[in-house]
Write a protein that binds this ligand. Structure first.
Ligand SMILES: NC(=O)c1ccc[n+]([C@@H]2O[C@H](COP(=O)([O-])OP(=O)(O)OC[C@H]3O[C@@H](n4cnc5c(N)ncnc54)[C@H](OP(=O)(O)O)[C@@H]3O)[C@@H](O)[C@H]2O)c1
Length: 313
């Protein structure tokens, strides 16, 4: 797998279009997202992460329209099979993929994920024919425990394939993948670890605070607004480190994830966010800075586990 140092997440893009203002309350426009795509592509950020579950297909459709005009070889697509919304046909994995391909206007996906570990023994084998046919180029698992990753890898291994990537929630505030050894496992076995929600859906960007909370009525506001006061010391320190590097709070949080050896998936919503990714990509956080931020993050004493995530043992 040859992928950029930072991948781009499009969950919030599922909010755009007619339904608008859903999970993120972001008020995105297709012309704005087209600008995001052009700037990202021009700067080497060419891996786009989406899922059927993001706006029930809307993120995939909006992404495909924003990418129109680029050659298929100029970008990579990452989408997911979500077992919790599987259909009842003979092959729900192939069916869900087929619908994604249709919305994404392509005949292959570069990186295909099992979104959540509902039943590893059931949902991993259907990936094998899709790998054999080349409809999916690489396979990853998301939100799987160490044991579940190993089981999926064994199943694929019997057919000559492997789990090439892991995608888990990983931020300054949420580090179970490090504690449980998943990060080390990935490093030792040449499995790429994709870190999602590095910015905790905006709570770690410095944009939002108790006086300027996340968008009223959105799901992310419900999850984060009540903990914003506890994050103040951490975001102030992150901003100060950013000032010393000519970078923003969000850039430092992203640079932290890069320094931990992960490939962050950053949910960008504005073309200006690309400037931040360029700064983060070039930033070298000192070991003391990393330790300092982690100590403050632990002291905030918040639990940002998503409602879809199980506790990792
Ligand atoms: N596998 C899974 O189960 C799973 C779960 C969650 C997410 N993901 C993937 O990971 C991606 C990232 O997660 P996420 O989008 O939920 O949250 P995130 O990356 O932690 O935060 C995204 C939010 O941060 C703000 N932001 C982004 N870049 C910024 C910058 N440079 N400066 C300031 N603010 C910035 C934007 O908010 P504003 O629009 O308010 O500015 C954006 O909506 C998702 O899009 C998705 O692709 C996967």
């Amino acid at each position: 797998m040859n992928v950029p140092s930072v991948a781009l997440g499009t969950w919030a893009w599922g909010d755009s279009g007619e339904a608008g203002d859903g999970y993120f309350g972001s008020r995105l426009t297709e012309s704005g997202l087209r600008e995001v795509v052009e700037k990202a592509q021009a700067n080497g950020f060419t891996l786009w992460d989406t899922a059927v579950a993001y706006g029930m297909g809307r993120s995939e459709s909006v992404l495909a329209r924003a990418l129109s005009g680029f050659d298929r070889g100029e970008y990579q697509l990452s989408t997911k099979f979500t077992p919790q919304i599987a259909g009842d046909g003979d092959d729900p994995v192939a069916d869900m993929l087929e619908q994604s391909l249709d919305r994404l206007r392509t005949d292959y996906v570069d990186l295909f994920w099992i979104h959540n570990p509902a039943d590893v023994a059931r949902w991993t084998p259907p990936l094998i024919p899709l790998l054999k046919s080349g409809t999916i180029k690489h396979v990853g698992v998301s939100n799987h425990s160490m044991e579940e990753i190993a089981l999926a890898d064994r199943i694929l291994g019997e057919a000559g394939f492997r789990v090439e990537a892991v995608q888990n929630h990983f931020s300054l505030l949420y580090r179970p993948s490090e504690r449980t050894g998943i990060l080390d496992h990935c490093r030792d076995h040449d499995v790429r670890f994709f870190a999602y929600m590095v910015l905790e859906q905006g709570a770690l960007t410095g944009t939002y605070s108790p006086v300027h909370p996340l968008p009223d009525g959105s799901s992310r506001a419900a999850a984060y607004n009540r903990i914003l006061p506890q994050l103040r010391t951490l975001t102030d320190r992150t901003a100060a480190i950013g000032d010393a590097h000519g970078a923003s709070t969000a850039d430092i949080a992203t640079a932290w994830a890069l320094a931990k050896g992960t490939t962050p998936i950053i949910g960008i919503t504005k073309a200006s966010h690309i400037d931040g990714l360029i700064r983060a990509r070039d930033l070298d956080l000192a070991a003391e800075g990393i330790a300092d931020l982690e100590t403050l993050a632990d002291a905030a004493d918040v639990d940002t586990r998503g409602w879809w995530e199980r506790e990792m043992r």
